[in-house]
Design a binder for this molecule. Structure first.
Ligand code: SAM
Length: 315
């Protein structure tokens, strides 16, 4: 069961990290440990890897590895709290690479009791950490129609957000929506099937998951913290699976790697000039990669993956 997840862009992401065998690395999305295992295989005894995940199932897998390998530590936490963990260990500014493989793992998606999949009948939970926050079912029971519609629009870019939110609110006056397949069917029955390749509930399920797990804020927080945590020449590698995630990563890297031109004779102090330069130009944009055709053929989840990476500059 633990090997159900095929790591996406596995070799490419480890190459993008440009691993130093004695370096200190963070896998912020440990999942089933596929990327972590490959990182560990590149480290000598003096290297170290911290794996993080907010899901207890991943922590269980990570603990098994940590028990046998002193170079590995598993941390149960949202990755937005990375700064606190790294500060606590006195490692700010010395991390050689951070990897983020965003979204959920196949372990989570394929477990019907988690409610992530519109294809599997299960309780509509959708929390990556089942002990934190509220489940999708509870949220759907209390959210206003406007709130549901906004979430579907903002986080799923669902053009039928209004129709879907109306039928949800109407349905729940008779019966609570606590089941993934019930929600999926409700959506299917009430909006046009505009793509033969995409299930009509895809965008709504994604939107609700992103909202319930506060995923976009989590990403913004870790990206900003990465600037402080990484060592000079340290690498940030992020694999995204939807356009919202990818846009955040793309803009963040561009913003912090843009060239600054300060007009000549501008009355600025040296300190002000350094501040402008430091805030704008902390990363070198290393570009993006997408999976090869063969990988997509073997693992359909890879089809929407985009890897972006950047290097922290020596200032
Ligand atoms: C795509 S999977 C990672 C798979 C992993 N790279 C592998 O090869 O097995 C994403 C993992 O990140 C975790 N995750 C997502 N967002 C998180 C966050 N904000 N904080 C901590 N873990 C998170 C999920 O629980 C899931 O286990």
């Amino acid at each position: 069961m633990y090997n159900e997840h095929d790591s996406v862009l596995l070799n490419e992401s480890i190459q993008a990290l440009n691993i130093k065998s004695t370096g200190i690395y963070i896998d912020g999305t440990f999942g089933a440990g596929g990327h972590s295992k490959l990182i560990l295989s590149k480290l000598t005894r003096s290297g170290h890897l911290f794996g993080m995940d907010r899901d207890w199932l991943s922590i269980k897998i990570g603990k098994n590895i940590a028990e046998q390998d002193k170079r590995f530590t598993i941390i149960h936490s949202e990755f937005s709290k990375i700064y606190q963990h790294i500060k606590h260990m006195g490692l700010i500014g010395v991390i050689d690479g951070i990897l983020l493989d965003l979204g959920i793992s196949a372990l989570q998606l394929n477990d019907s009791s988690r409610g992530f999949s519109f294809m599997r009948d299960g309780l509509l939970d959708m929390r990556m950490d089942i002990n934190t926050g509220i489940s999708a079912a509870k949220w759907l029971a209390k959210a206003s129609q406007k709130e549901i519609s906004t979430v579907l629009k903002m986080f799923g870019e669902e053009r039928f957000a209004n129709n879907i939110s109306k039928v949800i609110v109407k349905y729940r006056t008779h019966k609570p929506i606590v089941n993934s397949v019930v929600l999926s069917k409700l959506i299917c029955d009430n909006i046009p099937h505009y793509s033969a390749h995409k299930h009509p509930a895809t965008k709504s399920f994604l939107a609700i998951r992103i909202y319930i797990n506060n995923e976009l804020e989590e990403i913004m927080k870790i990206l900003n913290d990465a600037l402080n945590i990484l060592s000079p020449k340290g690498r940030l590698v992020v694999i995204s699976f939807n356009s919202l995630e990818d846009r955040l990563v793309k803009h963040f890297i561009r913003k912090h790697s843009s060239e600054v031109s300060i007009p000549h004779k501008l009355p600025l102090t040296q300190c002000q000039i350094l501040n402008i330069f430091y805030n704008k130009h902390q990363l070198k944009n290393m570009g993006k990669l997408i999976p090869k055709k063969q990988e997509i053929k073997n693992n359909i989840r890879a089809r929407s993956a985009i890897l972006r990476y950047a290097e922290k500059l020596i200032l």
